[in-house]
Write a protein that binds this ligand. Structure first.
Ligand code: BEZ
Ligand code: FE
Length: 296
């Protein structure tokens, strides 16, 4: 079958009708995107000469894996692609500089305790080293960013996040805080050292990774949102530069400039990391994306 099959009149007519383009109502942007999505899928079926069995196996995988879409999307590089695309649009708009953005991942929880600077993030006992993180939050001209809120979240020493811990052992908001900063743009906190995240054993993401000849591991890391009046909200994370998966993150979240090597001294580990924000061009820049997030 030639790929031109999709371009034949009956298939093009089917696409127009299936996407609602010939309907009187409906959301025109959605109709246009749906038409292209369906046409891409049909083109894929023809290009790979997919059998009916293969197609329905794919549908079953998506059905079974729906609960893990938040892991599968970064695992196949699409969340990182969105970052690269936003970077490219920024370059085209002349908006460069600042700490690189990188993936949020699916494990943020809204409404973490709002605390003053220099908090302890870890509520639960965790027999591992203590992490001390410090640094500054500055604007494009090096000015201290005033009244920032630093959202921090990370895994425990088993690689599990509170609210998503399969052992059920962690109390809510363990290793999660929103830290209210002052006028000097300085932050500090301490917590128990995280271990790298691995996808749930036997789950859809792991099965997909195995079938692709890949793994489902991330290096140890700490996530951040940085928000402040007048500045663009930053979504980023640091990955520990000495972790075995530092250069082989299954979720493609590690980026140049975001890989500090922890300074390990006995039971204490120190990381100094400075954030640089871009100025907000418009009110929307100060807001979070409309992504649906867990809410406790
Ligand atoms: C994480 O940040 O821990 C994460 C990111 C993507 C997929 C799974 C986990
Ligand atoms: Fe994470």
């Amino acid at each position: 079958m030639t790929p031109d099959f999709v371009k034949t009149a009956p298939i093009q007519d089917l696409l127009d009708r299936a996407s609602g383009l010939t309907a009187q109502n409906g959301n025109s942007r959605l109709q246009a995107i749906m038409r292209d999505l369906l046409e891409s899928l049909m083109t894929l079926i023809v290009k790979h000469d997919m059998s009916e069995s293969e197609f329905w196996q794919g549908v079953a995988f998506l059905q079974q894996g729906a609960g893990e879409f938040g892991l599968i999307v970064p695992g196949v590089g699409i969340e990182h692609f969105l970052d690269l695309y936003m970077d490219q649009r920024d370059v085209e708009a002349g908006r460069t500089g600042g700490t690189p953005r990188t993936i949020e991942g699916p494990l943020y929880v809204e409404n973490a305790p709002l605390v003053e600077n220099d908090p302890n993030l870890t509520d639960d006992p965790d027999d591992t080293d203590t992490l001390y993180m410090t640094g500054s939050i500055a604007g494009p001209d090096g000015e201290p960013v005033k009244n920032a809120i630093l959202h921090v979240w990370h895994a425990n020493s088993k690689g599990f996040y509170s609210h998503f811990d399969p052992t059920g052992e962690q109390t809510p908001f363990n290793n999660r805080r929103r830290i209210k900063l002052g006028d000097d743009g300085h932050y500090s906190f301490r917590s128990k050292m995280p271990r790298g995240y691995s996808v749930p054993p036997g789950g859809s993401t792991e099965r997909l990774m195995q079938a692709l000849g890949r793994h489902g591991n991330r290096p140890a890391h700490v996530h951040f949102f940085v928000e402040a009046p007048g500045y663009r909200t930053l979504t980023t994370q640091i990955n520990f530069g000495d972790d075995p998966f530092a250069k082989d993150d299954f979720a493609f979240g590690t980026r140049e400039g975001l890989l500090p090597v922890p300074n390990r001294q006995g039971d204490s580990t120190y990381i100094a990391f400075d954030f640089v924000l871009q100025k907000a061009d418009k009110a929307a820049d100060e807001r979070f994306s409309a992504r649906t997030r867990a809410n406790a």
